[in-house]
Design a protein around this ligand. Structure first.
Ligand code: GLA
Length: 470
């Protein structure tokens, strides 16, 4: 937690992607527009109206430039134009949908448009034509600036929403998205074999929709905890099991669950924790029911089933204790993900739970987390902080200094996410110490039991929302 000047600079810096002039040149060349390279990476497109009388409808398509870019959550697009000789008209189109139409007077013009999109690859098009009575306009188009943001989310349990409206207000007013802390676990979604109950999971989705915030990660498709009793009844590890699952049966059970759940939430839940905690702290496979009955390929199968059910969903592997490298758990997860990626398994991202118990797990510094994040990003994976909380040790009095100490850890984790372009979301495992899987006395979350912000919340905002909520 040493102050880190480099990362402070980083957090102050606007997160912007400058698209290369080369991309632009290729795009324009493909479209056959007249192009002359200009200074400072700008490109010049000559837009010429066909030689027709002013009364005639212009039928020839206007000149168009386009860019493809991959970004984490898109927040704003800025584009600078210079129209020489004459005015022009421009239309900005994102992924085929018109974003903005503007008149560009002779001279310079900046177009700034808010455009919120999930992480992914987008196509931006600029269509330009001469304005007014002009027959020719000479328009210089500078490379666009793409501004990104990292949304901040909280895990919530639907039961608290109905019982405690002030809690719902806090979440909706302060956070950008929610994830279901418990409501989409097997025990709730499939309490009896083949009988699915989406009541509670739907409540989380409905809450987000009605309050104008997003739903983040669906949690969780395959795990070893909070499973229904009927799975255990036929678990070969259960001494009372009379008819233990066969591999084929359990694959089918897993396939049916994943398919039904992911299809139900298609369009509402953009990403899933597909497999949670498959590796143990000593780096071996966790010998859970899935591993024991199916074998290690249950992991690969789970991702394939989820991908079939919703090819648009981003699919994550999620685990704890993996925020920093050089421990058997973290390194084994890294190896697992390298292998899955090399095999072409549809795993798109890795979730770092980041449950910090400073007295047990040590304190993850921004530098150590960043270095670890880099190797995962190099695998082509998306990254998220998925379950952050920081327990204050029972032995530590809850003094202002203790809350500052806690805030320092939150700040470092946020910085590591902010400085890594592949890190897309930042989730705390709960919002307030009023409701936390940690005991109240651990006081691990950014809002206190009275729903007041703690220094941890200020630290998160300083790093991830330096200019306020978008
Ligand atoms: C893990 C799980 C979560 C949550 C916490 C606390 O981190 O991924 O679903 O239950 O444990 O129990």
């Amino acid at each position: 937690m040493t102050p880190d000047a480099a990362s402070a600079n980083q957090s102050a810096r606007a997160v912007a992607l400058r698209l290369s002039a080369a991309t632009l040149a290729i795009a324009i060349a493909a479209l056959g527009a007249t192009l002359t390279p200009s200074r400072a990476g700008a490109q010049e497109a000559t837009v010429q109206r066909p030689n027709v009388s002013h009364q005639r409808v212009v039928t020839k398509p206007p000149s168009e430039v386009s860019w493809r870019f991959t970004t984490r959550n898109l927040r704003q697009i800025k584009l600078r134009l210079r129209s020489a000789r004459c005015s022009s008209r421009a239309e900005l189109i994102l992924d085929g949908r018109s974003l903005e139409r503007v008149a560009v007077p002779k001279g310079r013009k900046t177009i700034g448009v808010k455009a919120f999109r999930d992480p992914g690859t987008h196509k931006l098009q600029l269509s330009v034509r001469p304005g007014g009575a002009c027959r020719r306009a000479r328009v210089t188009v500078y490379p666009p600036q793409i501004k990104e943001w990292i949304p901040i989310g909280a895990a919530i349990w639907s039961r608290h929403l109905s019982a405690d409206p002030a809690f719902g207000d806090l979440v909706a007013n302060e956070f950008d998205f929610v994830v279901p802390e418990n409501d989409m676990k097997w025990a709730y979604l499939q309490p009896r074999r083949g009988v699915f109950d989406f009541t509670l999971g739907d409540r989380v989705v409905d809450f987000a929709r009605s309050r104008g915030i997003d739903v983040g990660m669906g949690h969780v498709l395959v795990w070893h905890v909070q499973n229904p009793g009927w799975l255990w009844q036929r678990d070969p590890a259960n001494p009372d099991a009379t008819n233990p699952w066969t591999r084929e049966e359990l694959i089918e059970v897993m396939r049916e669950h994943i398919t039904t759940v992911v299809r139900h939430y298609r369009g509402a839940v953009p990403e899933w924790d597909v497999v949670n905690e498959a590796i143990t702290e000593n780096g071996s496979y966790r010998k859970n029911i899935w591993y024991r009955v199916i074998g290690p390929d249950y992991i690969e199968l789970a991702f394939r089933f989820a991908h079939q059910a919703d090819p648009d969903a981003r699919l994550y592997y999620n685990d704890y204790g993996t925020e920093t490298a050089n421990n058997p758990h973290s390194d084994a997860v890294y190896r697992l993900l390298s292998e899955l990626r090399a095999k072409g398994v549809p795993v798109h991202g890795v979730g770092f739970q980041t449950h910090v118990f400073p007295h047990l797990t040590g304190v993850p510094t921004a530098e150590a987390v960043s270095a670890n994040f880099r190797r995962y990003a190099d695998l082509g994976l998306r990254l998220q902080i998925t379950e952050l909380d920081v327990a204050i040790p029972g032995s530590m009095p809850k003094t202002p200094a203790a809350y500052e100490f806690q805030a320092g850890i939150y700040r470092d984790v946020a910085r590591a996410c902010q400085r890594q372009p592949a890190c897309e979301r930042f989730t705390t495992w709960g919002a307030t110490d009023r409701y936390s899987w940690l005991t109240k006395s651990a006081a691990g979350l950014p809002f206190d039991p009275q729903l007041q912000p703690k220094p941890a919340w200020t630290a998160i905002l300083d790093v991830l929302r330096p200019r306020g909520r978008p």
